[in-house]
Design a protein around this ligand. Structure first.
Ligand code: ZN
Length: 262
């Protein structure tokens, strides 16, 4: 990006009047719970011309985690818990993938070709990483560092949602507890949710966590030694306000008693 005579190369990815890469809500939250929402938004910076996708495609599950932002906001408010949200579509750059993996900037998702990602070169990918991925994770790191410095415990909850049908198959779980090296909170919350009548809990369903497919839990949870879980809630259950309220209230009721510290 040293060719300043080239107006394209010097154009910022995110314009001054657009949202920044991340929002921190309740930075001084008193709860040990620390919420993150990697796939909160389906927005695309204007400079990327909607990635060549029609609005209805971008607003499907391929663009974001439907309902996850609303559940996260409600849970944050109910528990006075800090929440860090990512403000752009995972199709711009997936903030829960290591930037070096192919899926970081998806060429295709659930059978839909993403035109704006077809010709992304190294410089384009680097611009997206610097403008969105890095500042989002830096915001999480700064919050966690500040909490540690003031002696406040942090329990990391990554809130996601999943599409109810994938490649023609209905997914039976209402909620998935995802984990890799540290299952403590995933198993405890899963057991508490299973005691709720009619709730179908999956463990490492519909996905699991790995260092190749995930970034947030390995880096901010495992590497820091924080109690953590990646939550996946089925999108049809949190597509409307009543469902979002139900799941936020349920999690707000169950989570506080599960937080233990060495
Ligand atoms: Zn997600």
């Amino acid at each position: 990006m040293n060719n300043t005579s080239d107006p394209i190369a010097s154009q910022p990815l995110i314009a001054a009047d657009e949202p920044g890469p991340a929002d921190v809500i309740l930075a001084d939250g008193s709860s040990p719970l620390f919420l993150i929402c990697d796939h909160a938004s389906c927005a695309v910076p204007r400079s990327l011309s909607a990635l060549g996708l029609p609005d209805d495609e971008r607003r499907r599950h391929i663009g974001w985690d439907i309902g996850a932002a609303e559940v996260s906001r409600l849970l944050s408010a109910q528990l006075d818990a800090t929440l860090v949200m990512q403000n752009y579509s995972r199709l711009v750059i997936d903030c829960n993938r290591p930037p070096q993996v192919a899926d970081s900037i998806a060429q295709c998702s659930d059978g839909v070709v993403i035109p704006g990602n077809a010709s992304v070169n190294i410089a384009d990918a680097e611009q997206r990483r610097r403008a969105i991925f890095e500042p989002y994770h830096a915001a999480i790191t700064a919050q966690l560092d500040a909490r540690e410095a003031r002696g406040q415990h942090s329990v990391l909850i990554a809130v996601h949602s999943f599409t109810p049908v994938w490649q023609g198959k209905a997914r039976p779980w209402h909620v998935g507890m995802l984990y890799h090296h540290d299952a403590r909170l995933a198993l405890a919350l899963g057991a508490a949710l299973e005691r709720e009548p009619g709730t179908v809990v999956g463990y490492n369903e519909p996905y699991d966590v790995s260092d190749e497919s995930d970034y947030s839990i390995p880096v901010h949870g495992e590497q820091r030694g924080l109690l953590h879980v990646e939550l996946e809630i089925r999108q049809d259950l949190i597509a409307n306000e009543a469902g979002q309220q139900y799941w936020a209230a349920l999690l707000a009721r169950l989570l506080p008693s599960l937080m233990t510290f060495p």
